[in-house]
Write a protein that binds this ligand. Structure first.
Ligand code: AHM
Ligand code: MG
Length: 335
C-alpha cells in the first residue's frame, strides 16, 4: 500500500502550485502560509499534550476582553507571533489576546501583510478536551512595505481580505484555507508532521436542516430570532440542533455537513459577542468561497469596516437559505 506521503498533496506543494499561478507573486505570501502551518503544528502538538505538559487551567491573568487567560491561549498567541514576526511577510499582527496591534519589531523586515487572529478560539473548551482552534484573516497593507504600519493598514474592510482560514484541533488537526478561489482542507499527519490535502474544494452541503445556537439565551434575543428558532423545532420542520460552544468546531461541522450558525445580539450582548476582525471576517470569507452567506442580521459581514480591533458583531453564517431567511426577518422587524 502506498503511503499518504507518496501520493498525497502536501500543504507546501499546494502553496507552491497555487502561487506559481500568480507570476507577480514575490514569495512572501508563500512564506506567510508556511509560517502559519509551522505555528499551527506547534500549537497542535501542545494541545495534544496539554494535560501532560501542565498546560491546562489559567495563567491567573485577565485579557483585554476581561476573560481569564488560559495557558494554552498564551502559548498559541506567542507561537504565532514568533513564527511570523521574523519572516519578512507581516507588518502587524492583531490578536484577540492583545489590546493593541503587535508591529513587526524594527530588527525585522516589515512585510506586506496584516495578520488578524484569534489564536485559540473556544478556550472554555480547553480543559474538557473538546475541539478548539485558531482563526485568522490576512489583509494586504496599504502603506509601503518596509515602514511601520499604521491603523489605516489594519482597520480594513472584510472586502480587503486576501486569505483566511482556521485550524481546528480536534480528534485530528485540520487546516481550512482559502485565498478566495475555493476552500480547501488539509489534515495533519502527526507521524510525519505534514498537512495533506484531505478536503479539496469544499462546497456547502445542500442539506441545511441543522442549526447551531446557544439556546440557553433564548429569553435575551429579539422576538424575530426567537421565532425563527422556535419554528425549526416543529415536527414538520425536522431540524436538528448542534452546539459545541467553540466557534471553529461549530462552523467546521456546518461547513462539512451543511447548516447555519447563529450568535445574535441579545439583551446581555447588544452588539453580539463574536469579534468582527478575527472571528466573523475569516469565517465569512470562507463561507462565501464555499457557496454560503454571512450577515450581521442586516448586512453582509464582509461589507463591514471595523472601527476598532476588537469590535463585536452579531453573526448569522452558513447555507444561503437560512441566512437569508433570518436576515429578512430581522430587517423587516427593524422597519
Ligand atoms: P473565545 O474567543 O473567548 O473562546 O469566545 C468565543 C467563543 C466562540 O468560540 C463560541 O462560538 C462562543 O464563544 C460561545 O459563546 P457562549 O458560551 O456564549 O455560547
Ligand atoms: Mg474566540
Amino acid at each position: 500500500m502506498r503511503s499518504q506521503f507518496e501520493e498525497g498533496i502536501t500543504l507546501d506543494r499546494f502553496i507552491y502550485e497555487t502561487t506559481q499561478a500568480h507570476p507577480e507573486s514575490t514569495g512572501r505570501f508563500s512564506t506567510l502560509l508556511r509560517q502559519i502551518s509551522l505555528a499551527s503544528r506547534l500549537v497542535s502538538a501542545r494541545v495534544n499534550r496539554a494535560g501532560l505538559a501542565g498546560m491546562l487551567g489559567t495563567t491567573g491573568e485577565v485579557n483585554v476582553q476581561g476573560e481569564f487567560v488560559q495557558k494554552l491561549d498564551e502559548y498559541a498567541n506567542n507561537t504565532f507571533k514568533r513564527a511570523l514576526e521574523h519572516a519578512g511577510c507581516v507588518a502587524a499582527i492583531l490578536s484577540e489576546e492583545d489590546e493593541g496591534p503587535y508591529f513587526t519589531p524594527e530588527r525585522f523586515h516589515s512585510g506586506r501583510y496584516i495578520f488578524a487572529m484569534d489564536p485559540l478560539d473556544g478556550s472554555s473548551n480547553i480543559d474538557v478536551n473538546a475541539s478548539i482552534g485558531t482563526i485568522f484573516a490576512v489583509f494586504r497593507r496599504r502603506s509601503p512595505e518596509g515602514s511601520r504600519a499604521d491603523m489605516g493598514d489594519i482597520l480594513q474592510s472584510g472586502n480587503d481580505i486576501v486569505a483566511a482560514g482556521y485550524v481546528i484541533y480536534g480528534s485530528g488537526t485540520v487546516m481550512v484555507l482559502s485565498t478566495g478561489a475555493g476552500v480547501h482542507g488539509f489534515t495533519l499527519d502527526p507521524s510525519v508532521g505534514e498537512f495533506f490535502l484531505s478536503h479539496p474544494d469544499i462546497r456547502l452541503s445542500s442539506d441545511t436542516r441543522m442549526y447551531s445556537v446557544n439556546e440557553g439565551y433564548t429569553a435575551t434575543w429579539t422576538p424575530e430570532v426567537q421565532k425563527w428558532v422556535a419554528d425549526r423545532k416543529t415536527l414538520e420542520a425536522g431540524w436538528k440542533q448542534r452546539y459545541i460552544g467553540s466557534l471553529v468546531a461549530d462552523f467546521h461541522r456546518n461547513l462539512i455537513k451543511g447548516g447555519v450558525f447563529l450568535y445574535p445580539r441579545s439583551s446581555a450582548n447588544p452588539k453580539g459577542k463574536l469579534r468582527l476582525m478575527y472571528e466573523a471576517f475569516p469565517l465569512a470569507f470562507l463561507v462565501e468561497a464555499a457557496g454560503g452567506r454571512a450577515t450581521n442580521g442586516h448586512d453582509r459581514i464582509l461589507d463591514q469596516t471595523p472601527g476598532g480591533l476588537h469590535d463585536r458583531t452579531p453573526l448569522f453564517i452558513g447555507n444561503p437559505d437560512p441566512v437569508d431567511e433570518i436576515t429578512a426577518l430581522i430587517r423587516s422587524a427593524a422597519q
